[in-house]
Design a binder for this molecule. Sequence first.
Ligand code: XIL
Length: 778
Amino acid sequence: MFVRASHLVLMLSALLISACGVDGKVSKSEPQEEVPETPVEPTDPEPTDPEPTDPEPTDPEPTDPEPTDPEPTDPEPTDPEPTDPEPTDPEPTDPEPADPLMVNGDFENGEVAPWVGNSGEVLLTNVASQSRSGANSLLVSGRTQNWQGALYGLTNSVAEDSTYHISAWVRMDNLASSDVRMTVKVSDGNGDRYEPLAQASATDSGWVELAGNYTIATSGDVAEIAFYIEGPDAGVSYFIDDVTVTDINDDDLLRVDVDHLSALAEFPIGVAVPAGDAGNSMLNSPERQAIVEQHFSQLTAENIMKPSYLQPSEGNFFFDDADALIAYAENNGLSVHGHALIWHFQIADWMANYSGDASAWQQMLETHVTEVASHFEGQLASWDVVNEAFLDDGSYRNVDVGNDAGSVWYQNIGPQYIEYAFNAARAADAHVDLYYNDYNISWNDTKLNAILTMAEDFIDRGIPISGIGFQMHVDKSGPGKAKIKEQFQKVVDLGLKVKITEVDLRMNADGSATSLTNQLLLQQKARYQEIVEAYIETVPPSLRGGISVWGIADPDTWIVPLYGNPDWPLMFDDQFEPKPALQGFADGLAATDAEEPEQPSDPAPTDPEPSDPQPLFVDDFNAATSWANEGADGQLAATLSHNSAEGTMVVDVPWASDADVVHIKTWFGQELDLSAGNDISLRVKLPADYVADGNLVVQVYIEDSAYTPAFTGWQMASGFVAGDWTTITLSGVGPDFSFGYDGGVDFTKVHAIGIELVANGKDPAISGAIEIDDVTIH
Ligand code: XIL
């Protein structure tokens, strides 16, 4: 089907790696001033109102299970044959399976049942006008007394002596704010009891959680066990959503069954690790290494790649610790996310006190970024280029304000320091993804909007930015999933990547917990799950930079030294055992993928080069592989897979003879006009044991929408470096390009690009898989 070009174009390329290693480093880091969001705390409990007339019992069935099995009779010890078991009781020996604890707690089925009003006046409506997650919630209206509200019956689902965690989220409808309460009602042989379980102040501008634990204790003769939500004055209506009832001692819920977390994702699953001379350095810690190697595919240095560590005194760069960490990552097949090139914090004293005018400061900044990014060129998947440049009010971090430390970068250079950093990083490393990273943006609209205004301006002006990093140092109770999705969506809408860079979950911000209870473990599991779900459901595969957790195990967390309370924000515990949080994360990865944006070749690429901001086509394989075998007769079929740790496509060819040929290609989803002559480049990595004797040829071809192909040039594999990357660049591909084949290709309607791998008359052609990356048409 294809005619091959008759000429060979040999391209040689070299990787530029600059290295500067010098002595000296900073061993101490200062306290961190960032204040992650605080949860909404319940206000003072007020005495509950005198209790009302009985709500209708929802279910007259008593809860007592039937007595269980009779004692089994021991077989006679002497009898060689066991005696027949006693004839079984005609009664079933086990109690009926209990009802599920919560049916319709998220109201997504559009129904109200089994919720009922606790009084005839109450009107319950399933509405789509509000929701904390998903699309629907329950509107409670028609109330004529403050004790009236929505009731959920538990009579048949709960067991004596068991403890349940009940949680519901409430938002006011027709009043700006009101106290709300959750109350448990028990009717048993001792009559009716109403027990307050939780109280909070709800508003009409957000959701608040009502949650508490209840241990079932009855006197027998149970007629009803239920809970309901009450409190606001007569006439006031409110919404309820995401109600859960959890048996906090249920082994099934606490169980962790995750073999390899990162194997469940097509994108990097990362972790921040201590290294260098940190007392808990993972490089000296077999327990930590075991966790990292089993569950993660990417590392972030928790501290040692920050400015104070890499340039401890002016002009003296110290890379030994970072290089050791990267060597470990490489040996274990992990990619590395660089953190952080420019930050106001953890900079060495000489930098903080640098004196010079704006242009001297610019030069000092660019020197740091250039030296560091060049040193690590080709070794990192991504960089946090600038960290925390904005405040919560959407202004640039400038001088010290309250708890917010100022930024010497802004003070001395102005807001342009941010683009200087991005430009210098791109100039030093053409392929690494470049992120702007910040905290509180998973809930703070003002701050995220300000950052996205900057990002849009960068895109318009060709300043290279690949994505936004959400630190996500968040709390056990917020922000909710819907809010998180809304924030991710804003970034996706700009065509930028989203990376969760530092997630951890503060479980004890108010200091009320003294130990890590089952309830906290389960709450944390649910939170990790919803955060991961929000990511998968909102960020399409092509825009996923990955999710990284800020620390390996609870003893490593920065949260405890920062705030002082005991806390357990991570997915592994003090004994380095997995917590239910790990299961929650894994369960979250099973969520349904967000759809790719309609226009796969949207001219706003994720990472424009400053010199040519809008390549016509880029596939950096960071998220997935959309290539396919050409499938023509006589060609081999390659197995194509995605290397998510590296962000590359892996092409495995079952070479059998010296005449074998493979064609793989991808479609643009639109017609590109290449009639003016364009540049095509791609990177190719051959296996480490490849013998460079020209036994493999790589060729690029394009195809027009009438499926007429044109080959654009050859690259003999003898020009490649075994085990390393080679860049192939073809300039001026178009009608005037010298093709061996003149097949009337319509260069105004190019709809696909392909790669041909040819055994080139040598047998065997090659062994091991070939990797491809960064296919670009400029
Ligand atoms: C923290 C580290 O975890 C601590 O060890 C260090 O003392 C201070 O910095 N946002 C960031 C990270 O971008 O660099 C911070 O890391 C946590 C907040």
